[in-house]
Design a protein around this ligand. Structure first.
Ligand SMILES: Nc1ncnc2c1ncn2[C@@H]1O[C@H](COP(=O)(O)OP(=O)(O)OP(=O)(O)O)[C@@H](O)[C@H]1O
Ligand SMILES: [Mg+2]
Length: 372
C-alpha cells in the first residue's frame, strides 16, 4: 500500500467547502467596519484589514512584512497617530491594559482592544472600533441626568428661600401701620420692594434652570429673530459688532413655540457670540450672522460668529450645566437652551474652530401659516 493516499471525490468536496468557508471568513474580516491588525509572535504583521489600513492612512501593500517599529516610521502615519500608538503600546506593555479609548484629531471616539496571550498562540491582535455614536448617547444621557438633578436642586432651594420670604413679607405688612406712625413708611416700601425683587429672581432662576412645558403660540421666524436682534443691538453696538440677518428663505414660515423660551435660547446664543469677540479677539471686526432656512418640515436657525472659537475640551462640555470659561459666567446658558430646544422636539448642534469662530444650529419643527 502506498503512503500517498488519493483524495476521493468526497474529500475534494470537503476541501472545497472548507476553502469556501475560509474565503467567507476572510471576506468578513476584510470588510468589517472595525479595523483589525494581527502581528505574529515575531512581531511581524500577519494580517491587516481594509478599515485598519484606512484608519492608519497607509496602503495595505506597503505594510506587508512590516514590524510595528517599521510601521511607525511609515511616512503615511501622522505625528498625531504615531504619538497615540506609542502611548497605547506603552500602556499595553507596562500596565497590561487591554482596552484603550482614544479621541482622534476630528473629535471621533475610538475603542481599541488588544487580544494576546494563550488564546492567540503568541499572536497579537489589535482591533479598533468607532464608538462616537455610543459616546454621544452616553453623553446625552449623562447631561439629561445632570439637568434633571439641577432642576430638582434649584426647585428645592427656591422653595426653601421663598417660604421664609413670604412670612417676612406678611409680618412686615402687619407691622406696616406701626412703622407708618413712626414715620418709617419709606422703609416699609423698600423692604417690600426688595422682597418682591428677591422673589422675582428666584422665579426667573427656577424657570430658567428648569424650563416648564412649552406654552406654544404661532410666530413667524422672521419676527422672532428680528426681535432678538433688536434686543441685542445696543450690546453689539457697544462692542463694535455687526449683527446681520439672512431671512430670505423663511419669509412666510411660522413655528409653534413658547416664544419666551425660544427667544431666551437665541438670546443666549447671540450673547455667547458677543462674548466670543472679547479678549485676544477684540481687534477683529466682530460679525454675527443669523441665517434662517426651511428644510422640509423643519426650520434651521444658524447663528455664526467670527469670534475666538472653542477647543475640544470646551466643545465636549459646553452643554453641561455650570460649565463655563468666563469669569462671570454661570455656565447655565447652553444647558438650559439645550433643554428648551429638546422640549420643543428640536435639536441643537455646534461647529467651532479655535480662532475661526463658531456656528450653532437650531432645528425646530415647522408649521405653515397657511395651515393654521
Ligand atoms: N459662540 C461661542 N464662542 C466661543 N465659545 C463659546 C460660544 N458659546 C459658548 N461658548 C463656550 O461655552 C461655555 C458655556 O456657555 P454657556 O452659555 O452655557 O455659559 P456661559 O456663557 O459661560 O455663562 P452665562 O451663559 O451664564 O453667561 C462658555 O463659557 C464658552 O466657553
Ligand atoms: Mg452664555
Amino acid at each position: 500500500m502506498s503512503d500517498v493516499q488519493q483524495a476521493g471525490p468526497k474529500d475534494m468536496r470537503a476541501l472545497q467547502s472548507s476553502q469556501l468557508v475560509r474565503n467567507k471568513y476572510e471576506n468578513i474580516l476584510e470588510n468589517l467596519d472595525s479595523g483589525i491588525i494581527l502581528f505574529d509572535s515575531e512581531g511581524v504583521l500577519a494580517f491587516v484589514n481594509v478599515q485598519m489600513a484606512r484608519l492608519l492612512g497607509v496602503p495595505r501593500t506597503s505594510m506587508a512584512g512590516c514590524t510595528l517599529t517599521q510601521l511607525l516610521r511609515h511616512p503615511g502615519i501622522t505625528r498625531f497617530k504615531r504619538k497615540k500608538i506609542i502611548r497605547i503600546f506603552r500602556e499595553t506593555v507596562f500596565h497590561r491594559k487591554k482596552n484603550h479609548e482614544l479621541v482622534d484629531e476630528y473629535g471621533r471616539s475610538w475603542l481599541i482592544t488588544m487580544t494576546y496571550g494563550d488564546q492567540m498562540e503568541g499572536d497579537f491582535l489589535i482591533s479598533v472600533k468607532d464608538v462616537s455614536e455610543f459616546k454621544q448617547i452616553e453623553q446625552t444621557a449623562y447631561q439629561n441626568d445632570k439637568l434633571a438633578m439641577l432642576g430638582k436642586i434649584s426647585a428645592s432651594i427656591a422653595h426653601e428661600i421663598r417660604n421664609p420670604l413670604t412670612s417676612i413679607r406678611g409680618f412686615i405688612q402687619l407691622l406696616r401701620p406701626h412703622l407708618i406712625t413712626m414715620g418709617k413708611d419709606e422703609y416699609v416700601r423698600i423692604i417690600l420692594m426688595e422682597i418682591d425683587r428677591a422673589n422675582d429672581i428666584i422665579y426667573e432662576f427656577l424657570n430658567s434652570s428648569k424650563p416648564s412645558a412649552p406654552q406654544t403660540t404661532m410666530i413667524s421666524v422672521l419676527s422672532l429673530l428680528k426681535e432678538v436682534a433688536l434686543l441685542t443691538e445696543s450690546e453689539a453696538l457697544m462692542k463694535g459688532c455687526q449683527i446681520v440677518l439672512h431671512m430670505d428663505e423663511v419669509d412666510e414660515t411660522a413655528i409653534s413655540v413658547d416664544v419666551k423660551q425660544i427667544k431666551q435660547v437665541i438670546l443666549n446664543l447671540v450673547k455667547n457670540a458677543l462674548d466670543a469677540m472679547d479678549g485676544d479677539h477684540s481687534h477683529i471686526q466682530g460679525r454675527i450672522e443669523i441665517w434662517a432656512s426651511r428644510v422640509e418640515k423643519q426650520v434651521h436657525i444658524r447663528i455664526a460668529d467670527n469670534g475666538k472659537g472653542m477647543d475640544h475640551h470646551t466643545l465636549n462640555h459646553l452643554f453641561n450645566p455650570f460649565f463655563t470659561t468666563k469669569e462671570g459666567g454661570t455656565g447655565l446658558g447652553l444647558s438650559v437652551s439645550y433643554r428648551i430646544v429638546r422640549n420643543h422636539g428640536g435639536s441643537i448642534a455646534v461647529e467651532s474652530q479655535v480662532g475661526n469662530g463658531t456656528t450653532f444650529m437650531i432645528t425646530l419643527p415647522v408649521m405653515d401659516v397657511a395651515q393654521e
